[in-house]
Every structure is written in C-alpha cells, then in structure tokens.
Ligand binder design. Structure first.
Ligand code: HEM
Length: 409
C-alpha cells in the first residue's frame, strides 16, 4: 500500500474524476490530522474527521478565516485583485473575517436570509422552478446544467439583490469564470478571471448608482444603506459583498442540483421512491449534500499554538477541512458510503458549521427541495447520454455538462 505522503489532495485532476474517498478514508483512519505538503504553498493540516471539522469551524478565534483567508492558496498567490492587495480584499468579505467584526458584517445581511424572509420567496421560486422544469416537457433530452440547474439559483439571487432580468445571464457567466478559474475551459487565461472581476466590480458600481437614485428595497439597497459600527460600507466593502453574494448564491446551488440528479440517476430506486412520495424529498436533499459536498474544502489559519485531537498545531499553520471526508466519517454516519435518503439524523457539514455557517442554507434548501419535487413529478426513466463532464477544481465540486435523456410523465 502506498505511503500517505503519496496522497495529493491539491491535485485538481484527481477531484475532476471524483472525490478521492479511498484517500480520505485512509487519512481519517490512519492519520486524521495529517501534515500534507504542497508544491504551491507551505503545507497544511488535512482534516477529515467530522468532530475535527466541528472543532476548527466553531473556534474562530483559534482558527482564523482572516489571517490567511478562507481558501487553500494564500490570497497573495490567488490575487483577488490583479493589481495586488489580495489578502486585504479577502478580509473585507464576510467569509474572510473573524469575530467581532464578522458578526457585525453578517448582521447586515442575516435578516434577508432568515427562514421567514426566504419563505416569502417560496411562492415565486416555486412558480419559477415549475416553469424551468416544465420546459422539459417539450422534449426528451437536455443538457441539464445549462437548461435547468444554472437557471434557478441565478433567478433567486437576482430576485433578492434586485438584478434586472436582462443582466442576469452575463452576471452568471462572470461569476462562473471568477470562481471556477482552475478549469482552463472556464477561464482559459489568468486574464479571464481578472477581466471578469473588473466587469463585476463595474456592474456593482452601476447597481449602486441605480439603487441610490431609486432604492428598490432589495438586498443591494440594504447593503448600501447598512451601517456597521456607526458607518456605512465603503465602496470596496459594498462591491466585494455584492460580488460574493452573487458568486456564493450561484455556484454552489447549481452544483448541488446537478450532482443531485446525477446521484439519483445512479440510484433509481431512490428516484422512484421520491416520485411516489415527495415528502421524502427534504431527506433526500440532505443526503445529496452529504454525498457530494458542492465545496470540497475551506481553510483556517491557527492564531496560536493549539491542538486538534492529539495533534499539536503551531501558530500560523494552515488547516484545511475536507468536507467529502467529514461527511463520510463512520463515527457519525452508519454505512457512510451508502446513499440513503432516509438517513436521520443527517448532520452533513456541506454548509460548514459554526461562525461562518452558510448564510444561504435556508435558500439553498428551499431551492433544492422545490427543484427535486418538480423534477421527479415531471420526468422519469432518466439516463445519462454520456458521463457528466466535471469541473477541474479542488475547491468547487462542479459539473460543467450533463446531457440526459428522459421520458415525460
Ligand atoms: C448548496 C448550496 C450551498 C452550499 C453547499 C454552501 C456552502 C457554504 C459553506 C461551506 C460556507 C462556510 C464557509 C466557511 O466555513 O468558511 C458558506 C458560507 C456562506 N454562504 Fe453558502 N453555500 C450554499 C449556498 C449559498 C447561497 C444560495 C448563498 C446566498 C444566496 C450563500 C451565501 C453564503 C454566505 C454569505 C456565506 C458566508 C457566511 C459567513 O462568512 O458568515 N450560500 N456556504
């Protein structure tokens, strides 16, 4: 058996095939807090146990999102801003903040995402989902990612943020090129992603001018009017917040939708049960999220010498939480490698946990429940035309293309 040091979780071409569960299982069993070298960085602790992800995510003062940003590569290398200053910009986005500042910023948008507010979208989101899925009745085949999965998340985040219909498609393309930039097909050159960034920045500025002249009551006008510690967000803070919400709202839910259908195609008995009894859909959505976490990992940096489990961690060390590992921890999930829509409880960690727990979780859950209820009621005998084409990325568990054949019910 190969040495653990042969495992390379940074290799996007591995994740492009599928999450490397054999590796993740070995790490969890043999060395759950594992020192992992990197060719493009200074190395990190790879975390694969459920309790360790919980420990790290719920201790934000010990494991900081601010110090080195929330993703594996140091922002200085990723360069959010093509002209430099990457880390400074990442620290202006809530996902790159620590308490107490983080709580103040989170408060600005948290009220837009409460179950009550999201439920207000229920009816219109239901209508939109039924419209998009209803178009499947016109044929017997489609490219599911573009024709269905991508459209609904962009619609809901645009509704929340007041983005006019005519601009939505372009904004969707930009968000895709920005976050999925490890894939040469999505972002062929380093400039693609910096040009997309510049265009989103420009768009956010235009939106601000429109909303200031004519406040629409959308989340964008909330951002512009909000005060944190007695002052308004400055232009860069507002712009980054706007951009982050567009990206976070789009990429993840699209991914969960595509993986969800793919997983159900591979588990036809589960799909048949959902069609017969749609009350099983919420459980199925949680299991889909556990089975294929839309985000492979997030990162923290230790602010002091500490421990995770038995392992000493030094101040400044990088810690990477691999959700595909923690979501299949046998200490928490019985038969973790079995897809089971009846699993209860299902404490999957795909939305993170603790301080930065996904703000969009209520919206994503509602969206996915509506989508799968509509889908199983509309189509059957769903088959892949070819294996789905997956995104080349160790951050986003994306599907780029999934052509299917089906019968209309
Ligand atoms: C299935 C869909 C989704 C998944 C799997 C997902 C996943 C995540 C995860 C893992 C985090 C935690 C980051 C960390 O611990 O560092 C997070 C944070 C966040 N997500 Fe989501 N997300 C989803 C959908 C959405 C949607 C639809 C929105 C917005 C409309 C959204 C907005 C956010 C925001 C604003 C944060 C940052 C929260 C904070 O830093 O306090 N997400 N998401």
């Amino acid at each position: 058996m190969s040495d653990l040091s042969d495992i390379d979780l940074t290799d996007a071409s591995v994740w492009e095939q599928a999450a490397p569960h054999e590796w993740l299982d070995r790490l969890r069993t043999e060395d759950p807090v594992h020192w992992h070298e990197e060719s493009d960085g200074r190395g990190f602790w790879a975390i694969t146990r459920h309790e360790d992800v919980r420990r790290v995510s719920t201790s934000p003062l010990e494991f900081s999102s601010y110090r080195g940003g929330p993703t594996r590569l140091d922002p200085i290398d990723q360069g959010l801003d093509p002209d430099g200053g990457g880390l400074e910009q990442v620290r202006m986005i809530i996902i790159g903040m620590d308490p107490p500042e983080h709580r103040d910023f989170r408060g600005v948008v948290a009220k837009a995402f409460t179950p009550k507010m999201i439920n207000r979208l229920n009816e219109s989101l239901h209508t939109e989902t039924a419209r998009v899925v209803g178009e499947l009745r016109e044929g017997n085949s489609c490219e599911f990612v573009t024709d269905v999965a991508a459209r609904i998340p962009m619609w809901s985040i645009s509704e929340l943020m007041g983005v006019p219909e005519a601009d939505r498609h372009r904004l969707y393309e930009l968000s895709h090129a920005l976050i999925d930039d490890q894939d040469p097909e999505v972002a062929p050159t380093p400039e693609t992603s910096s040009e997309s960034l510049a265009e989103i920045f420009g768009y956010a500025t235009e939106m601000a001018a429109r909303e200031r002249a004519n406040p629409s009551g959308s989340l964008t006008s909330d951002l512009l009017q909000a005060e944190v510690n007695g002052r308004k967000l400055d232009d860069m803070e507002y712009t980054l917040f706007f951009m982050f919400l567009i990206v976070a709202g789009n990429e993840t839910t699209r991914t969960a939708s595509s993986h969800g259908l793919h997983t159900l195609i591979q588990h036809p008995e589960a799909m048949a049960r959902l069609a017969a009894d749609p009350s099983l859909v919420p459980g199925a959505v949680e299991e889909i999220l556990r089975w294929e976490p839309p985000i492979h990992h997030f990162r923290r940096t230790a602010t002091r010498d500490t421990v995770i489990g038995e392992q000493a961690i030094a101040e400044g060390d990088k810690v990477i939480m691999w959700y595909a590992g923690s979501n299949r921890d046998p200490a928490v999930f019985e038969d973790p490698h079995t897809f089971n829509i009846d699993r209860t409880p299902n404490p999957q960690q795909s939305f993170g946990i603790g301080e930065h727990f996904c703000l969009g979780a209520n919206l994503a859950r509602l969206s996915l429940r509506l989508l799968f209820t509509e889908l199983v009621g509309t189509i059957e005998n769903v088959e892949l035309q070819a294996p789905p084409r997956r995104l080349h990325s160790n951050l986003i568990n994306g599907i780029k293309e999934m052509r299917i054949n089906y019968d209309v019910r």
